[in-house]
Design a protein around this ligand. Sequence first.
Ligand code: ACO
Length: 422
Amino acid sequence: MTESITITDNRTGESIEIPITSGGVAADEWEKLLPGIWFYDPAFMTTAAAESAVTFIDGDAGKLEYRGYPIEQLAESSTYLEVAYLLLHGDLPSGAELEAWVHEITYHTFIHENVRKRFLEGFHYDAHPMGILVSAVAALSTFYPEASNIFDDTIRYKQIIRLIAKMPTLAAAAHRFSAGMPFVYPDNSLSFASNFLSMMWKTAEPRFDANPALARAVDVLFILHADHEQNCSTTAMRVVGSSHVDPYSACAAACAALYGPRHGGANEQVIRMLASIGSLDNVPDFIAAVKSGHGRLQGFGHRVYKNYDPRAKIIRKAAYDVFEVTGKNPLLDIALKLEETALADEYFTSRRLYPNVDFYSGLIYQAMGFPMEMFPVLFAIPRTAGWLAHWVEMLAQDTKIARPRQLYVGSPRRDYVPLADR
Ligand code: ACO
């Protein structure tokens, strides 16, 4: 039996039955009964803006799957580049497909010299690396004007390769510039994560070989951040992409969304919170203050997850692998104590507040030496694969331009009053 809902317009007594399909009801059916009556749903809390086959989240159960594969299995056995292929193509690659994909990405890591010399070096010396990244990604559209041919399969694929490949180069360049250090060219003999670490940290040595445990930790963090269905930045990508602009411009909009502290900046807030708590003795007082309405426990709670964020579990484990190399982040003990205290407290359990992905990721990044300004940049590198997967999916679905309605609550019509008469 098909499940359905019935909506009755009490003004006219007319009803319409709408089938429930894939967990949703189609708004165009609603519009047949109620033309000109809009759903009021700011922030899209109850709106499914897309049909998507990329990522599945079950927030109650704390499950995350890319193309049907559980995140735990991908984090354990895959690599970021394989996951990027999976997100974009829908299936895991064969050996030959993976080799060709990795080769393509690896050989598109360089950026045009003018991007570096004329563009990046034009920023003020203390520019925020995320501000540099947003602008640099947008600027790429002027270097590859053919990218506007978004319905040409070959050209579109080329831009996807370029974007995934060049993000670490731009990200590291943004850091080096804001730290007053010279640009490091990509080393194509290295893996994706090792190459990124080389571009970040290389100084005078002829070749920078990252510690394999740290390179693997970065790769795992990239896997965990590669996609998260219709989040704020992905929605920005889809909305801007629906205008049929080139992918660099759409990606720049997605990066800009990620720049915001409510999205890509929460792990920085966690570090600041842990530093302000200062010692284990202060944890109970801090929790009591949060419960009495003074601030939030940063890195706890999630709009979708009402259970332990599965990514947080993986990151918590990865943190120990990183600390074996870097030494323990002194803030870890405070984080563990906070988690233990909160999870034993009715205030947090009754509201279903659990650690999210950001609770431990900042601790790892900080232990590895990344400045806090780089945290959203580190998020943008892998999320590019997810943004592009959603963009490709949206183009294939031939969706209309995104154009929501509004409920107008402003002034009724009135006549202009000349300045002298006001
Ligand atoms: N600490 C203390 N109380 C909290 C927290 C928290 N971190 N999060 C939610 N609550 C409480 C609220 O005060 C509210 O309590 P009430 O019902 O008594 O008023 C209840 O839990 C529901 O909170 P909402 O704000 O309605 O939940 P929402 O789904 O809108 O918020 C959010 C989700 C923004 C993530 C929130 O939990 C939060 O602010 N967390 C801290 C910031 C953070 O970690 N953000 C990263 C999210 S993950 C990501 O973006 C990659």
